[in-house]
Design a binder for this molecule. Sequence first.
Ligand code: F6R
Length: 613
Amino acid sequence: MCGIVAYVGQQEALPIIIKGLKRLEYRGYDSAGVALLNQEGLSIYKKKGKVSELENHLNGLSNLNSKIGIGHTRWATHGEPNDVNAHPHYSSSEKFAMIHNGIIENYDVLKRDLMNKGYVFHSETDSEVFIKFIEDIYVNNYCSLEEAVRLALHKVVGAYAIVIMNKEEPDTLIAARKGSPLVIGVGDEEYFLASDATPIIEYTNQVVYLDDYEIAVIRNGKLQIKTIENVETNPYINQLEMELEAIEKGGYEHFMLKEINEQPRSIADCMRGRLDAKNGRLVLGGFRDYMNKFQNADRIIITACGTSWHAGLVAEYLFEEFARIPVEVEYASEFRYRNPVVNERDFIIAISQSGETADTLAAIELAKSKGATIFGVCNVVGSSIPRATHAGSYTHAGPEIGVASTKAFTAQISVLTMMALKLGYQRGTLPENRYMQLLSELETIPSKVEKALQLNDKIKEIAAEFKDARNFLYLGRGYNFPVALEGALKLKEISYIHAEGYPAAEMKHGPIALIDEEMPVVFIATKDSSYEKVVSNIQEVKARKGKIIAVVTEGDTTVRHMADHVIEIPETEEAFVPLVAVVPLQQLSYHIAVMRGCNVDQPRNLAKSVTVE
Ligand code: F6R
């Protein structure tokens, strides 16, 4: 949450920062601001609203030339979204300006101390406290700014990625991180800093991922990294593999639509080099090294949040069916605040698109402290979760920019499916002929998703009919229960229609009371082991005049006679249905949201990377 960008070099900083902030807007879009330094001094410009509001504001101004600058796009935590609470923030003397992503938990104590010393605060933010605290140390210790930052970082509690400019050092940026991401792009005597690599990719593909408790000082075209214990470290330069086109809309109206349509390719990318059905080969690098431990685990605990948690639920069915190991799926935010019974014989799988979700990170640390082995399933390369886990597999879905997760979900399920099949085969719980059959079917999934995407026009018609509904119910059983949850989440987060997902059989224990002629009910009723039961549930809704939209297997005639609308998806193995069945539900929520005039890529109150707890 919150995106930060900074530049120092020979180019004009402002266009680089504005473009970068637009790329990071998925992280927060409550307000935006920049700080620039030139002969006029150190100036801050900020505006409530999106980066485009800031851009409009800057359009009428002069003296914006600067070869150094910092910028921020905010997801409000402390204080409402307005111009004053927007970043950057000045220190008291206005000698320093800072951008901050994260939360300072002890800001209140620090603020009271500073107020007792006569400091005045203009905003309600923890970030203003942070920079004023740094300046207080700077003044009282007669030390350099980097030393003041270092000392301050020993005192602040919480999470941060910060970048600071000093009015008196026009060639210097100081950055630090703990718990919030920070990537440094290394150019030719120029540096780009950002919350992720997307603002950097068009200038350089060489990046350094700053680690927790590290401070980077870029001065005079040189980068130096030290720990907060003042020990110099050797910056490790990574080669970015991301393509620029992957982070652009490529002719689509929204990133979400592009990402929904990318799924045949993203699922194939996820399987590429790993799955070779013809030769019965399934190789997942990080997984192979931990196979022994995994095979002998007493229990698998899956921890994640939101959509990633739904992928975890699908994985529970997969691991239990194929590998016969008991699985528990935990909301990271609940797991970390219990006193869970975890030990060294447990295998933990942490799933996260961003790799930065604070609750998931905290759950990992907790399980690690109890001796468990932690395996990450993440999309963003180099993010915090892959670095906090013992091993892991990337999902290779490519950058997901739309706030509502789509292609990351199917890529997560693809990785988890491959893991479950491999584990089942290794443990002998999945016989070879069945394993080979499943591998062959898995290879056909990208083309089946491609076919499912062709239902778009039909789904648009359904969307037009139901766009004004006030509530929706999504029902499914078995593997399709998590799909129902995911369908409901997609609808509520981008269209603001209340939607609930339920196991279909649970309907009679409460939700059935909601059903009347106003209630659209989406059934995922594919031909599987619970098909007959779901058909009975459809009858129950029909008897109460609910409107039925059913996702069914191609050629199904039974449900066609009961439902108001059927969406026919290609047939596949029961265990792989979620990969195909979720696609029309993503499209349905997308079209409803567009028809309701909602901002599908940046829904209200949400941010893509939830780095607050
Ligand atoms: C929903 C959505 C969120 C995320 C959740 C976890 O569309 O995107 O529910 O799934 O915030 O995020 P990651 O996967 O980045 O840990």
